[in-house]
Design a protein around this ligand. Structure first.
Ligand code: AMP
Length: 390
């Protein structure tokens, strides 16, 4: 059970009251650990479970640390994708704006003049993707002299997307002493090197050791031939208990083809992938959050960090190419202790990664009721996230 309150962690009355009105009455475990350390000015490396409230764990103390009388960037938050940047901004704004601080977000694909004008008018917490930020640092002027804290979110994803040198460059532009907070699901050597280069005596917080996802998440599998995947998916989408679903494919082309084949059969279906114009991506995310879209077909662009309340089902139309991706995709449901269902369609060519999910994370999905493999002897009870394989 979640207990305690934000004031005990050093959050002032005004901000604690705003958080309460927003529905944040008690801090989550990661918030209990990180908030006092961040307020104390410590450098931090956080490895936290997805859906644990890690965005607010960072954003709440950072909002409180802003000196409202200084109209310059005091906090910089770097995220790998635009969707995550927008989501971060939403979280910060939800309590930062009523508290009287000015957050803003910049990312590629959006009108740069608007970004520049807003930056000139005074932004105190800036959320950014690396590309647009570097463009502005190179070609325009960005006041970073009053920056006190830099956050690097989803650092391992930055690495995968080839952004780690950009992050290194941005970091090197901040010459004054400042606090660094680095969040990463895993700590591969290049991230360790980056942390070693810039962070002194960082406190390491690890809440997701050997993580297999929330225990309220049930994992199912449908073993199928490639050619019957569409039929299996249609059967799944026709189920009544789906409130909202994310259907994952491995390529953008597949996303589009699948959308075309489903759009006539199912209403409230849409798709989203990284090759689409940013405005359209944002519109689709907004509609999905507002529950105007029931099913979104997508790629791994939506696998990391994206938080949409009410997603009841994750469907792997294509089984992911890595076991980490399986954990991230399925972590889009059962957030903050809620219930969720993950269903994967697995073909023969997925056998190696499917096995790795079991070996590495102890997740052993059971046959989906009614699917061909249901009678498989291993399929007695649905697997719930954290219970380990014997
Ligand atoms: P995250 O792990 O940052 O993606 O957060 C997951 C969800 O939990 C988000 O919708 C947050 O707004 C929500 N959340 C974060 N902290 C709290 C809290 N202390 N109480 C209630 N909800 C929270």
């Amino acid at each position: 059970m979640i207990e305690g309150n934000f004031k005990d962690l050093g959050i002032n009355d005004e901000l604690a009251e705003i958080l309460k009105k927003k529905g944040f009455e008690h801090p989550t475990p990661i918030q209990k650990q990180t908030i006092p350390l961040i307020l104390d000015g410590k450098d931090l490396i956080g490895q936290a479970e997805t859906g644990s409230g890690k965005t607010a764990a960072c954003a709440i103390p950072l909002v409180q640390q802003v000196d409202k009388s200084v109209n310059d960037i005091q906090t910089l938050i770097l995220t790998p994708t635009r969707e995550l940047a927008l989501q971060y901004l939403d979280e910060v704004s939800s309590f930062g704006t009523p508290y009287g601080v000015t957050p803003f977000v910049i990312y590629g694909g959006f009108n740069k003049d608007i970004h520049l004008a807003k930056l000139k008018s005074g932004v105190q917490i800036l959320v950014a993707t690396p590309g647009r930020l570097i463009d502005i640092i190179y070609n325009h002027y960005l006041a970073l002299e009053n920056l006190k804290t830099m956050v690097i979110d989803e650092a391992d994803e930055m690495l995968k997307m080839g952004f780690i040198e950009d992050v290194d460059f941005i970091k090197s532009c901040i010459v004054q002493k400042h606090q660094t907070l680095l969040f990463s699901a895993t700590m591969p050597p290049p991230i360790k090197r980056l942390a070693g280069k810039y962070m002194k005596d960082a406190v390491h917080i690890k809440l997701n050791a050997d993580q297999s996802g929330p225990s309220s998440l049930i994992h199912y599998v449908i073993h199928a031939e490639s050619r019957s995947k569409d039929r299996q998916l249609s059967m799944l989408l026709a189920q009544k208990d789906i409130t909202q679903a994310i259907v994952f494919c491995n390529t953008r082309t597949r996303v589009k083809t699948l959308y075309k084949s489903l759009q006539d059969k199912f209403r409230d279906v849409d798709y989203l992938h990284g090759g689409m114009e940013q405005n359209l991506r944002t519109r689709i995310m907004d509609k999905f959050r507002a529950k105007k879209i029931k099913v979104v077909i997508t790629t791994d662009v939506m696998a990391r960090g994206i938080d949409v309340r009410g997603v009841s089902h994750i469907i792997n139309y294509d089984f992911p190419k890595t076991s980490e991706s399986y954990v991230h995709r399925t972590g889009r449901t059962a957030r903050l202790g809620g219930e969720g269902t993950a269903i994967s369609i697995v073909t023969r060519s997925d056998a190696d990664i499917y096995k790795e999910v079991s070996e590495k994370y102890g997740i052993n999905p059971v046959a989906f009721p009614g699917s061909a493999a249901e009678d498989d002897s291993s399929a007695s009870r649905p697997h719930r996230g954290r219970s380990r394989k014997k």
